[in-house]
Design a protein around this ligand. Structure first.
Ligand SMILES: [Zn+2]
Length: 411
């Protein structure tokens, strides 16, 4: 009897191991893209090298080439992020310098490491790049603030390769209301300039990103954009009632218009996490210094970044969310919308990461969890990049249609 039980246990173990390796193989077959990679914040820092392996628990880095290989991450949208500053000529000029510094750092990946990274501009590029064994680098903007008051400035970023545009960040700006501005909405959604910007992005062929936008602004993006909207890194308000998360009724509207939500792994949006006033203050000053140095053309070194960030964590530690908190947002949204409208945008190096998935090397856990929840390889293909590329193809077709109708008018 004892031997029989032992044999059954052995079979069970072998079975589990083989399921694990099948899941690994399946993950490796997929085109795995993340819609919001904030790593350009690190790329600009002297001393940071994306070709070297880092350790998130000691040096705060979440994305580098060795770990992209470990986690099977093929690439995604690398964000040109700018913090919100004053709505003044000086503020716009400073933000534009930061935006260009980050855009250049992204473009430099292909220049410095042409055998490993390739800039992608069209939906069709991703598969070709991965086929050559390289990583996919689409460019996106997080916060349109650096464009100032002239929407035609968007063109220069399109020409650099930007194919996704997030209008706003944590505070209201000249284009849209933010979901987290302490003063509440200023425009009741989009400003007139914001509506113009959405139309300009449609014309150029950029995906509109509604993450960080106030619910009213998101609703108006959906109605004013002639192509579906993505939430490149957002969560579910039904799971955790935070203004940064999106309510079910609005997610259903998003789906009905063909839009997508990509799930964010930033702990403070996944569950209630207390942040002490001291941490808030220290962090605010830290981010201000990072921005000031970059705008002045001499970004903070990676070593100084690590030391200062480590000091903040030591004196003002923070609670963390768990992988299961992430998956509870993920599976709720999947149940609500289905696998053709959901993806991954985990906000790596921009505040994402949870206990059990501290960096991109653990991405296989998401695939494993979803397979165990009954999703198929086809579903996983859509979730990990198929949905996002389908949206980019729609945006490309719409641009072509708008171009055709303009040339008819011209005739
Ligand atoms: Zn963000």
């Amino acid at each position: 009897m004892f031997l029989k039980v032992l044999f059954l246990l052995f079979l069970l173990l072998v079975c589990q191991l083989s399921v694990g390796s099948d899941e690994q193989e399946l993950h490796d077959r997929l085109l795995v893209l993340d819609s919001h990679i904030d790593t350009p914040i690190r790329l600009v820092m002297p001393g940071f090298n994306i070709m070297e392996r880092h350790d998130a628990s000691t040096d705060y880095s979440q994305v580098d080439l060795p770990r992209m290989v470990d986690g099977g991450l093929d690439g995604g949208f690398w964000a040109i992020f700018t913090s919100q500053g004053d709505l003044s000529a000086d503020g716009y000029a400073k933000a534009k310098r930061i935006a260009h510094s980050r855009a250049n750092a992204i473009l430099q990946l292909e220049v410095d490491y042409p055998d490993y990274f390739t800039i992608a501009k069209n939906a069709a590029d991703a598969k070709i790049i991965v086929g050559k064994g390289r990583k996919v680098v689409y460019l996106s903007i997080e916060n349109a603030y650096p464009l100032g008051l002239d929407v035609s400035n968007l063109r220069e970023f399109y020409d650099l390769g930007v194919r996704m545009l997030g209008l706003v960040h944590t505070r209201n700006n000249q284009f849209a209301d933010s979901s987290t501005d302490p003063d509440g909405p200023k425009w009741d959604g989009l400003s007139p300039l914001g509506i113009e910007l959405v139309q300009e992005a449609n014309k150029l062929g950029m995906i509109i990103d509604g993450s960080h936008a106030h619910d009213l602004a998101l609703e108006q993006m959906i109605s004013h954009s002639s192509t579906p909207v993505v939430l490149s890194h957002s969560g579910s308000k039904a799971i955790f009632d935070h203004s940064r998360n999106v309510p079910d009724d609005l997610l259903i509207k998003l789906k009905q218009s063909g839009g997508l939500i990509h799930m964010n792994s930033l702990g403070g949006y996944l569950q209630p996490i207390h942040v002490s006033p001291g941490r808030k203050m220290e962090f605010g000053k830290f981010v201000e210094d990072i921005n000031m140095l970059e705008a002045a053309g001499s970004p903070m070194s990676y070593e100084e970044f690590r030391t200062r960030r480590g000091d903040i964590d030591l004196t003002h530690p923070s609670e963390e969310a768990h992988f299961f908190d992430y998956m509870s947002h993920f599976t709720h949204v999947l149940d609500l919308l289905g696998p053709s409208y959901v993806g991954v945008g985990a906000d790596w190096d921009g505040g994402g990461g949870v206990i059990g998935m501290k960096d991109i090397s653990d991405l296989r856990k998401v695939t494993e969890h979803l397979l165990h929840s009954g999703y198929t390889e086809f579903d996983l293909e859509n979730i990990w990049g198929g949905n996002l590329l389908r949206l980019l193809r729609k945006v490309e077709r719409r641009k072509a249609d708008l171009g055709k109708s303009r040339s008819l008018i011209d005739k």
